[in-house]
Design a protein around this ligand. Structure first.
Ligand SMILES: *Cc1c(COP(=O)(O)O)cnc(C)c1O
Length: 425
């Protein structure tokens, strides 16, 4: 399986039916599972045997799809969550607690920024945000005695900055903590952060993985390489007995390959219950089966639209890491040799008002709070998600009032460009 190409894994990994069994992953639409004896079930509760007893913790449909995502990312284990937000929260909270500190790139999804800067702060977890462009010395300076994780996005939503994964991993490892990378935008088809040193990879599967705007979901993948025992004092949750499971030590019992996901499932999923429904996992898998076919088309459309916009007189600036003029072109060549994604952002002359009237005139691209869909969609943060901010605050957040984020779908690029051209006129 490991030698297979990414496209074969998209179609085949995670589920191999036996003789006479369903060809497609069965949707196990059952909250619970039946046992002949209490002893049998007790072994599952004690983590002595693997199996299913209650869908809030684990469900076979989800596990097949998680196994596919683990294979795609080159990880040792994975789990699905109800959303991308839950995936990032679980990935961080699995190794952080009250009194911990996180170093995070400042160029991340707004929802994740709120999660870390506001909600996790209320749990007593501090954060230091660093520029994704910071050099090693600046990154080192952000670390503290109580730092437990470093976090960034391969391609940031919506800023479209590209993370120097190797540099971030090197600094994180020098401080004895794992690097967590949200790989939602490129997907494992275009970048596999584990190959560059990331320890944990997260996803909003709501985006390209599903790809059809049908199911909200998330995933966490463990590379299985981080040596928790070598930094045992930093990660007591993994290296000291868990009293809620009769004193199990996850890093001992499940090793580097299994400890992180087993603990995350048996503690956080048990207690917070952010499970993905088996129905949604099935829909997600349908998306994954064509991910390697769809991503090149999203990239092709994104690049075509970015190039068109770059040459248009009413456009002040275009952000797309695949453009030679982009600040992140060199990093994109290294980490995203086959292209990144279909999301482009650009600024119009005339700011907010120009953006508003431009978007109203679009006929194919719909105005939506969404990205990474088969259908092209767009958003002007200043008049929607960031509506409460003044122009000065927008500028400070790196979101000019005239900025438009367009997520190029799978339509014909000539039609997308014609639509944009008529709306600009
Ligand atoms: C959308 C998104 C999230 C949040 O995912 P949901 O599935 O909406 O909860 C997290 N990270 C990135 C990069 C995203 O684009």
């Amino acid at each position: 399986m490991n030698n297979q190409k990414i496209g074969t894994k998209c179609v085949q990994a995670g589920y191999t039916p036996g003789n006479g069994e369903p060809r497609q992953i069965p949707i196990i639409q059952s909250t619970t599972f039946k046992y002949d004896t209490s002893e049998d079930m007790g072994k599952l509760f004690d983590l002595e045997a693997s199996g299913y007893f209650y869908t809030r913790l684990q469900n076979p449909t989800n596990d097949h799809v998680a196994a596919k995502i683990a294979a795609l990312e080159g990880g040792s284990a994975a789990m699905l969550t109800s959303s991308g937000q839950a995936a990032n929260f679980f990935a961080l909270f699995n190794i952080c607690e009250c009194g911990s500190h996180i170093v995070a790139s400042s160029s991340i999804y707004g929802g994740t920024f709120n999660l870390i800067a506001v909600t996790m702060a209320k749990m007593g977890i501090e954060v230091t945000f660093v520029s994704p462009d910071a050099d090693e010395d600046e990154l080192n300076a952000a670390f503290k005695e109580n730092t437990r994780a470093m976090f960034g996005e391969t391609i940031a939503n919506p800023a479209l900055t590209v993370l120097d994964i190797e540099k971030f991993a090197k600094v994180a490892h020098a401080h004895g903590v794992p690097l967590i990378v949200d790989n939602t935008f490129p997907t494992p088809v275009n970048c596999r952060p584990i190959e560059w040193g990331a320890d944990i990879v997260t996803h909003s599967t709501t985006k390209y993985m599903d790809g059809h705007g049908a199911a909200v979901g998330g995933a966490i993948v463990d590379a299985g390489k981080f040596d928790w025992m070598a930094h045992a004092d930093k990660f007591p949750g993994l290296t000291q007995p868990d009293e809620s499971y009769h004193g199990i030590v996850y890093a001992e019992k499940f090793g580097k390959e299994g400890a992180f996901i087993t603990k995350c499932t048996s503690q956080l999923m048990r207690d917070f219950g952010c499970i993905q429904s088996p129905q949604n996992a099935f829909i997600l898998n349908l998306g994954l089966e064509s991910l390697h076919v769809r991503m090149p088309k999203h990239v092709e459309n994104g690049l075509a639209v970015a190039k068109f916009l770059e040459g248009h007189k009413k456009v002040v600036k275009v952000n797309y890491p695949g453009l030679e003029s982009d600040k992140y072109y060199e990093l994109a060549k290294k980490y995203l040799p086959n292209g990144g994604c279909g999301v482009v952002s650009f600024e119009l002359e005339g700011g907010r008002a120009a953006a508003e009237s431009f978007m109203k005139k679009l006929k194919i691209a719909a105005i939506e709070t969404h990205v990474a869909d088969a259908r092209t969609c767009c958003l002007n943060p200043a008049t929607s998600t960031h509506r409460q901010l003044t122009d000065e605050q927008l500028e400070a957040a790196g979101i000019p009032a005239g900025l438009i984020r367009i997520s190029c779908g799978l339509e014909d690029s000539a039609d997308l460009i014609a639509d944009i051209a008529q709306a600009l006129e």
